[in-house]
Write a protein that binds this ligand. Sequence first.
Ligand code: FUB
Length: 477
Amino acid sequence: MSTRRRSTAMFSALVTAVAAIAVAAPAQAANPIIISIYTADPAPLVVGSTLYVYAGRDEAPTGGGNFAMREWHVLSSTDAANWTHHGARADIATFPWAGADAWAGEVEPRNGKYYWYTSVNGNGPGWMNIGVAVGDSPLGPFTDAKGGPLISDSTPNSSGLNIDPTVFVDDDGQAYMYWGGYWGPRAVRLASNMIDTVGAVVTPTGLTDFWEAPWMFKRNGLYYMMYAANDTNGCVTNSNYACQRYATATSPLGPWTHRGVVLGQVSSTTNHAGIVEFNGQWYIVYHNANAPGGGNFRRSVAVDRLYFNADGTIRPVVQTTTGPPPNPGGGGGGANIAPSATVSTSYVSPWENLSAVNNGGTPVNSQDRSNLAYGNWPQQGVQWIEYTWPTARSINSSSVYWFDDNQGIDLPASCQLQYWNGSTYVPAPVQSTCGVNVNVDNVNTFNTPINTTRLRLRITSRSGNSTGVLEWKAFQS
Ligand code: FUB
């Protein structure tokens, strides 16, 4: 029997609301990312150069067998490795019509406001509801936006358990909300005010073995839905636990096509996660029971890297205790504009691919050819690759992931970033020497942004070797 079913009807205490605490305390730089309190059901959100994580707080006592959740907390980071805890930014009292169970939520920005969709137990008939609070900043303050539930047990065709909202605003401005538990996924359109539904609640198809905890996002024009499943058909060995499966679709309400497992079983029975792109890299934020004294009702939030294959499928996540390395990004968190450039080179080996350098791949290590590789074997000495844009771009940093096949292609002896000043190539105003480290993005931040139509990476090989690149990014200021 799953945690959810074991806890059903066991949790009815009316909780006195606790006012939001306006603190910003350092969390930590490893997994779990916070151990001063227990946290669960994380939902990431990038605003500017900051990665926020919204999470519930687990307050069950040691050995407790039920959820005790009254508050939603916020953490933030500017590098996905070092975290600041901002305390409780919403709680049961945020919703005057509710009384208990501050379960999973997600924040979605729109029109300069931040809408926090949450699972919460109302005081009326039925059990869980979806509420929505609104604030003027990612840290609030948040107030009830509607004066009652957005979704409840009385909503026609609602889920058997109305929890775990995920809200997604598409490029055309149409917003969608998915939610549900007890194997009952549901979806509905939201109005542009973000607090009303539009049209009927529908039952999406193709979310194979859906249990709860949907998370929706879009990448390269493809819609993704990650969700918790608890089947024993490749997900978990014991259906008290859950994994994260995912499906893709070419339209936001499906039909969905199941693609496999993203995140395997974790150390807590529940498994709840969110996926986000931050500073050019992808991350999964999830929970487990790994903090000291942790357990199924004393969970903790963790962060790890997430990798896509060239065909858009997701690689199974490797859960770590170290968390990801710091990713401070390109100085301003600007977009990687390399994919929109035309790339040229002094030489590419006929069996390698110049397109590798700006195809948006995220290498796992310097031998990772899964998103192709650029190499210039058997050339030695100085070679270059170059980006050209049709109009001038403002660029404030760059990063290079070197290819090293442990054969003829080795890390370079040195490198230099140059740009076209209108009549010749000149060195970019880098803050540090061009990095030649293995297995990492070698980030080079500029002292001042450059305006140019051409950026060049000049590479000098080690004696007897050639050089190669897996991904070269240029960040817009
Ligand atoms: O934290 C309470 C509930 O447990 C969440 O709403 C579910 O997703 C599961 O993580």
